[in-house]
Design a protein around this ligand. Sequence first.
Ligand code: NAD
Ligand code: LMR
Length: 339
Amino acid sequence: SLARRTSNAGTSYLTRRGLASESAPDRKVAILGAAGGIGQPLSLLMKLNPLVSRLALYDIAGTPGVAADVSHINTRSEVLGFAGEEQLGKALEGADVVIIPAGVPRKPGMTRDDLFNINAGIVKSLCTAIAKYCPHALINMISNPVNSTVPIASEVFKKAGTYDEKRLFGVTTLDVVRAKTFYAGKAKVNVADVNVPVVGGHAGITILPLFSQATPSANLSGEEIEALTKRTQDGGTEVVEAKAGKGSATLSMAYAGAIFADACLKGLNGVPDVVECSFVQSTVTDLPFFASKVRLGKNGVEEVLGLGALSDYEKQGLEALKPELKSSIEKGIKFANAN
Ligand code: NAD
Ligand code: LMR
């Protein structure tokens, strides 16, 4: 049986390789910014994913070392390192999923928008290359400010004539990961059973966790819900302050990024009912991009799911976040078209 073959220690390495490629189609994943704080642990986690057959690690520097290191792990994927812009095309060619954690992180006192001036240009140039070398890949945008970098990517792809709204995702999984952890702690339920949708965007009050829809349900007070909401919204800042100038979330982000990329791969492979929250092109509100639950399929977004019933507190939060999210989206669109 399959189970017996995988647990056979003597042949596990070869057998697992063989098994994985028999049961899952070939899939190439490229990570742009792979030598960074997120990039390195994310490269590790994607190397552990049996759905990946080729793992391309790209950065402006440092990737030969990361790739050599990760490549020794005895899992299915072949690992290739690419350093410097002249190798970007090779890193991207044939990619099914491109994960982008390239760019500078926050220091204490900064907002995510303070990263715009540097990261907008990085994202724009990477997306220009994606349009050329792997126009059909699913894009998992991690670089901040996500509320603006996703609209930048959409404009770059539109200009190149390759835009497909079903293939562009802002990664907001870390907000969901945090909401689940904080909720489980407060509600005293098993964290492994918890589900909490998080909608809106990925910065401050634009992050709107829907604790009224959290499962398993718990009888939390209004004050407790408010405290959980604020902690989720400020989760990134909590890490930035604790790291005291050494960057922002990297390990929890790598975990979240690996979960989201895995969901994309499962969707591509035709696994049914794969649903994750993500910041995508949307008609759920009057804003052109919005994070909500998304069903993933063979072409990327299969269905953008609605918000469901909101509490009065969540309705207020939704109205309050719209002006900031709208202006961050517009800032990205304007940048892409002006530069
Ligand atoms: P980091 O500085 O540790 O790593 C960034 C990497 O990007 C570096 O290795 C750098 O060389 C590389 N890079 C820079 N320009 C590049 C280019 N043109 N092409 C390829 N690579 C390039 O930063 P980090 O902690 O890994 O964070 C990366 C980004 O992710 C930041 O913008 C951060 O704000 C964001 N982030 C997003 C989330 C989220 O939830 N979406 C969570 C955490 C961090
Ligand atoms: C996070 O949510 O941890 C990231 O967006 C990084 C940050 O700057 O907070």
